[in-house]
Design a protein around this ligand. Structure first.
Ligand code: ZN
Length: 275
């Protein structure tokens, strides 16, 4: 019997801004109730490829999702697929590209905005397609799904940080301010989720550079945070950056389900996370 898991994917959040600018999450780290790790994002540092990396634990050369405009269902076994096959309940409040990867492609707003189908990998989904969809609404969407459907695994995916980064660049008050907005929103939801017994993973797909772009190989776009909070706080520290490929098999382990054969957990440090 595994634990329930919520994966919060803060789109476009680079490591240094998360570490320096998000004091609510910093509180949990400072008091020893959470750990902050550095994750090395896979390449290319683009959203749709890295959504697939995070949920399937496979690199782009295996999963084939190499560009943002590749609109098709995933060919891999994602955490969503594995969870429902094990009889668990899944949910997501996320950008429409997640629906396209795991439920239905292409996304049709009137058909696919709200989905409830126990046979689909994301059984309970609420999806948005405008990049300026407010994070405040997205977190409320997720909590609505959680209260209504009691998922074992839920993805929470706001876009506000990425949107601010594209519009203003990373070295701006607007970009840093958008991270603070997400931090304060988490202050409303983290206590609820911890009280309900969830393990929390709070991470990002990629970072952001001063040009307001991502896709390349430099630390600004490649180094992303991973905050880990569990019912027990004794999680081993490590200075070694974790591979982004380790996150999907880690979620599987916490859920108590077998990872897909294609999933890889290339760093021994991932074992230290599993307590
Ligand atoms: Zn972006």
């Amino acid at each position: 019997m595994g634990d329930r898991v919520i994966l919060v994917l803060l789109d476009g959040l680079r490591f240094d801004v998360a570490r320096d600018g998000m004091g609510y999450l910093g509180h949990w780290v400072e008091t020893g109730q959470a750990n902050l790790f550095s994750v090395k994002a896979e390449l290319p540092t683009l959203s749709r490829p890295l959504y697939e990396v995070l949920l399937t634990g496979t690199p782009v050369s295996v999963n084939g999702i190499g560009a943002n405009d590749m609109v098709r269902l995933s060919h891999q076994q994602s955490v969503f697929h594995l969870a429902i096959a094990a009889g668990l309940t899944t949910a997501a409040a996320a950008y429409a590209w997640f629906s396209e990867l795991y439920n239905r492609a292409p996304f049709e707003p009137w058909r696919d905005r709200d989905q409830h189908d126990p046979t689909l990998p994301i059984q309970h989904g609420r999806f948005y397609w405008a990049d300026d969809y407010p994070d405040s609404h997205l977190f409320a969407d997720a909590e609505m799904l959680r209260q209504a459907h009691n998922p074992d695994f839920m993805l929470v995916h706001p876009m506000g940080i990425d949107h601010a980064g594209h519009r203003y660049g990373a070295d701006t008050a607007q970009y840093r301010g958008s991270a603070l907005v997400a931090d304060s929103l988490l202050a409303h939801y983290v206590p609820r989720w911890r009280a309900a017994g969830y393990r929390l993973l709070i991470t990002a797909d990629h970072g952001m550079n001063a040009d307001g772009q991502h896709g390349g190989t430099l630390p600004a776009v490649r180094d992303v945070p991973l905050f880990v909070m569990g019912p027990d706080s004794a999680i081993a520290e490590t200075d070694t950056p974790l591979s982004q490929l380790a996150i999907a098999p880690l979620i599987c382990q916490w859920l108590g389900i077998s990872p897909a054969p294609a999933m890889r957990s290339p760093l021994p440090d991932a074992a230290a996370l599993t307590v």
